[in-house]
Design a binder for this molecule. Structure first.
Ligand code: GLU
Length: 452
C-alpha cells in the first residue's frame, strides 16, 4: 500500500504553529514512506475562509518548504459529492431525516450511529475505544442543505485515497464518528495518529498570549524557516539520542510514527533562539552576509556604514569591511537583526551610548588620562592591528599604574558605547585607528563637558 497523507487546514486567518506542525509531520511521514503528501483546503466556512486566509496557509507552506504532490483540493468545490454521500446514507438506512427544531423550517440529515462500541488503534495513543451508549446520532447535513465538517472531512478523505490521518489530538473524539461514517460508506478506515498538543510553560494550550504563535510572527522576528521546521518537528517527535539539530534529509530518514510522544509538547522559546544561532553559525559567510546586508539596508545602516568608512577609513572597500565585521559577529548573532541591534557601532557614528557603563568604566581616577594617552598612539597607527592595539593598551595601563582590564573596559565603552561585544582588540582592528581615535576623543570631550 502506498502512503497518501494530507494536510487539511481550515483557513481562518493566520497559521498557528500547532497547525503547521501537523503539516510538517504529514510531510515527513510522506517523504519517509515515499508516498504522497496532499493538501486539502477545508474552506467551507464562508465567513472565515477568505482568499487572504488561504494565501496565508500557502505562504507559510511555501516558506517552510512544505511542497505538496497533486493539485490542492478545495473543499468548497465538493458540496455536491457531500450531499450525494448523505443521500446514499439515507438510502442504505444509515441516516434519517429529522425536523430538528420541529418548526417545519426544513429537515436535516442525521447519521445513525451503529449501536456498537467503536474501537481503533491510534499510532500515537494506542488502543482507544468508545462505548455505544456514549455516542449519539449526529447531524451530517444541516436543514439549509450544507454538510457538516464530519461528513465533508470523511467523504473527501475517501475521495483522495488517504491512508493515514495525522492530525491534532483535539480530533480524537471526532474519530469515533468518522470511523462509523467510513464503515457506513463501505470505505477502508485509514490509520490514525493523533499528535500531542503544544502547551506553554503552565501546561496550557500554547496561544498568541504566550508570545509568537503564528508562522508569520516567527518569520518577522528573524527565525529561519529551516529552524522553525527543525524545532517544530521535535515538538512531539524524537529522532532518538540527543540529536536536536538535524538536516531535512536526516529528519526524513529518521521519521517514525512510533517515536511520536503522546504527552503534550512544551514550547520553549529559548531553545528556538539557541537553535537559530546554531543554524546561523553553520551558514557560509556568503549566505550570512546576504541576509545581514538586507537587514542593514532596511534600517538605513548600510549607507551609514559607507559614509562612516569614507570619513574614517580604515581605507578598505565597504564589502571587505563588512565581511571583517561579520567574521567577528557570526558566532554571536542568534537572529539577523541582532547584528544591527547589538553592534550598531560597526555601521554608524550615531550609535547609542550606555550612559551608566560610561560612568562606571570611565569615571575611575586615572582612566580618562590613560585613555587620552592611548588615543594618541592609536591615532598614529593605521592600519591598527589587533596585536599592536593590545601592546599599546598594556603599556599604557602599566605606565598609568592601572590594571589592563580596567583600561580594556573603558576603551570598549569609549569606542562602542556598549560594554558588550566581540574581543576588544579584534574590534579595534576592524574599526581602524583613525575611527577609534576619533571616537575616543569624542567620548573624552563629552566626559569633560559633563564634568564641568
Ligand atoms: N480542518 C480540520 C482542522 O484543521 C482538519 C482536521 C483533520 O485533519 O482531519 O482541524
Amino acid at each position: 500500500m502506498s502512503v497518501r497523507v494530507r494536510f487539511a487546514p481550515s483557513p481562518t486567518g493566520e497559521v498557528h504553529i500547532g497547525n503547521i506542525r501537523t503539516a510538517i509531520y504529514n510531510w515527513l511521514f510522506a517523504r519517509h514512506e515515499r508516498g504522497k503528501f496532499l493538501l486539502r483546503i477545508e474552506d467551507t466556512d464562508r465567513e472565515r475562509s477568505t482568499p487572504e486566509a488561504v494565501r496565508a496557509v500557502l505562504d507559510a507552506m511555501n516558506w517552510l518548504g512544505l511542497d505538496y504532490d497533486e493539485e490542492p483540493l478545495y473543499q468548497s468545490t465538493r458540496l455536491a459529492a457531500h450531499v450525494q454521500a448523505a443521500e446514499r446514507l439515507l438510502q442504505t438506512g444509515h441516516a434519517y431525516k429529522e425536523d430538528k427544531g420541529g418548526t417545519g423550517q426544513g429537515e436535516c440529515v442525521v447519521f445513525r450511529m451503529p449501536g456498537t462500541d467503536v474501537a481503533y488503534h491510534d499510532e500515537v495513543k494506542g488502543d482507544l475505544r468508545k462505548e455505544a451508549k456514549d455516542m449519539k446520532d449526529f447531524v451530517i447535513v444541516r436543514s439549509d442543505g450544507t454538510p457538516v465538517f464530519h461528513l465533508a472531512n470523511v467523504v473527501d478523505d475517501i475521495e483522495m485515497g488517504i491512508t493515514h490521518i495525522l492530525r491534532g489530538d483535539d480530533h480524537v473524539e471526532n474519530t469515533y464518528r468518522h470511523i462509523a461514517l467510513y464503515r457506513a460508506l463501505e470505505a477502508a478506515v485509514p490509520h490514525y495518529a493523533h499528535l500531542p498538543m503544544i502547551v506553554n510553560a503552565q501546561g496550557k494550550p500554547y496561544s498568541k498570549r504566550d508570545g509568537a504563535a503564528f508562522v508569520g510572527d516567527f518569520k518577522e522576528q528573524g527565525y529561519l524557516p529551516d529552524v522553525l521546521f527543525n524545532f517544530l518537528s521535535l515538538l512531539g517527535w524524537s529522532p532518538g539520542g540527543d540529536r536536536e539539530v538535524l538536516t531535512r534529509e536526516e529528519m526524513v530518514a529518521l521519521f517514525d510514527l512510533a517515536r511520536i510522544n503522546s504527552a503534550p509538547a512544551r514550547m520553549d522559546m529559548e531553545k528556538l533562539l539557541w537553535m537559530n544561532g546554531e543554524y546561523i553559525r553553520a551558514q557560509s559567510p556568503e549566505t550570512f552576509a546576504r541576509h545581514c546586508r538586507a537587514v542593514l539596508e532596511q534600517r538605513g545602516l548600510w549607507g551609514a556604514m559607507c559614509g562612516s568608512l569614507a570619513d574614517y577609513g580604515p581605507g578598505i572597500e565597504p564589502e571587505v569591511y563588512f565581511r571583517r565585521v561579520l567574521a567577528l559577529m557570526q558566532v554571536r548573532v542568534k537572529r539577523y537583526p541582532d547584528l544591527a541591534d547589538q553592534a550598531p557601532y560597526f555601521f554608524t557614528e550615531d550609535y547609542p551610548c550606555d550612559a551608566k557603563a560610561m560612568r562606571k568604566r570611565l569615571g575611575k581616577p586615572g582612566v580618562p588620562e590613560a585613555v587620552r594617552l592611548l588615543r594618541e598612539r592609536y591615532a598614529g597607527a593605521d592600519p591598527l592591528t589587533a596585536a599592536e592595539a593590545e601592546q599599546a593598551l598594556r603599556e599604557t595601563a602599566d605606565a598609568a599604574g592601572l590594571g589592563a582590564g580596567a583600561l580594556i573596559h573603558a576603551v570598549r565603552v569609549a569606542v562602542s558605547g556598549s560594554s558588550q561585544g566581540p574581543g576588544l582588540f579584534e574590534m579595534l582592528d576592524v574599526l581602524g585607528g583613525k575611527r577609534v581615535a576619533a571616537r575616543m576623543a569624542r567620548t573624552l570631550s563629552q566626559l569633560e563637558k559633563e564634568g564641568t
